[in-house]
Write a protein that binds this ligand. Structure first.
Ligand code: TXA
Ligand code: MG
Length: 330
């Protein structure tokens, strides 16, 4: 079976597949990952081929512990305290690669930094132990598609490219990890991607304001390069047109609702969180966008989402969905 129920035996098999250079999709607490042995450049190349992803996009390396992360990258004191506070969990740290690190250059897209994260999901951790190698894994969707939060999403996008999909049900957060650049010598931390850990939680730990290198667009340095290549505009694009902050949908438009009451509508409707809970809304975001897109609607109206806490990351993803679109339905 391609979509596999995780048991001790199937997780061992999945670990062996990773070691043999194959791709295994697995659940994390954020979204499903498309995993390969990060020390095997050929296997990593298969990730790019399967996703159809621009080759300059570096991948996150998943490890089992902070100790293992420290063998791969030089972690500053600040980086270590962030790891100690938020790992295992939905935080990714971009740090300087150690000389002689076994991570394939293709993983880091030739950069002298590497993105590391210890996932909290028990199946992800069990797979890391079974594989015995750090696992490079971007979200398990085709490039430009919405990130997968269920095994069925992975099967729909990449079913013909993976050796196995470990089915862990729906992902808890439904939003990718927060990415921080912790290469700064002075302990400075830059926010590269908004995600499941809020900026407020990080600022509370480091006792300083985060420098935000995010937003829809390009780096403030004016070099024309995306700050974090995952910030490409078309990263989260459904086929339908996406309209944001809509109070009243137009006839025939699908509605992605938030809170109650829901305005009058005659198209398909899904509510991210009837109780207006941002954590619940984040967990439902991608599956909701995907389900409404799958109805064939040409336009999806999204109700306003408050720009606080996780709402900031949700609005970031929605802004990308609104500007970056796949080719129109014919
Ligand atoms: O929640 C997640 O992070 C999921 C799950 C599977 O763990 N993974 C994920 O990976 O979202 P991916 O490849 O879709 O996103 C990786 C992000 C991108 O924004 C990428 O540009 C950034 O991390 N990144 C990776 N290495 C980097 C580096 N050396 N410098 C700057 N940004 C980096
Ligand atoms: Mg992705």
């Amino acid at each position: 079976m391609l979509v596999t129920r995780p048991t001790g035996r199937t997780i061992e098999e999945a670990g062996a597949s990773i070691r043999a250079g194959q791709l295994v999709a697995f659940p994390t607490e954020t979204v499903y990952g498309l995993g390969a042995d990060s020390t095997n450049a050929r296997a990593v190349a298969e990730i790019f081929a399967a996703k159809g992803r621009p080759a300059f996009n570096p991948l996150i390396v998943h490890v089992a512990s902070l100790e293992q992360a420290a063998t791969l990258a030089e972690l500053t004191t600040t980086a270590q305290s962030l790891g100690a506070a938020f790992w295992p969990g939905p935080l990714t740290l971009v740090a300087r690669r150690r000389a002689g690190s076994p991570i394939a250059d293709l993983v880091t897209a030739g950069l002298d930094t590497v993105a590391l994260r210890v996932p909290a999901h028990t199946i992800a951790l069990a797979l890391l132990r079974a594989a015995g190698v750090p696992i490079a894994a971007p979200s398990a969707n085709r490039s430009g598609h919405v990130s997968p939060t269920r095994a069925e999403h992975v099967a729909a996008d990449l079913g013909d490219r993976v050796s196995m999909i470990l089915d862990g049900g729906a992902c808890e957060h439904g939003l990718e990890s927060t990415v921080l650049d912790v290469t700064g010598d002075g302990g400075g931390v830059r926010l590269l991607r908004l995600g499941a850990v809020t900026a407020e939680a990080i600022e509370a730990l480091i006792g300083a304001k985060l420098v935000r290198a995010t937003g829809v667009g390009h780096s403030a340095s004016g070099d024309g390069l995306p700050v974090s290549p995952g910030q490409l505009l078309n990263h989260y694009a459904p086929r339908a047109r996406v309209r944001l902050n809509v109070e009243s949908p137009v006839p025939g438009e699908a509605l992605l609702a938030f809170g109650s009451p829901v305005p009058a509508h005659d198209g398909a409707m899904l509510n991210l969180s009837p109780a207006a809970d941002l954590v619940e809304a984040a967990a439902n975001l991608y599956s909701g966008l995907r389900a409404l897109d799958d109805t064939g609607a040409t336009s999806i109206a999204v109700m306003p989402i408050p720009h606080i806490g996780l709402g900031e990351a949700i609005n970031d993803r929605l802004a990308r969905a609104a500007v970056g679109r796949l080719p129109e339905r014919s």
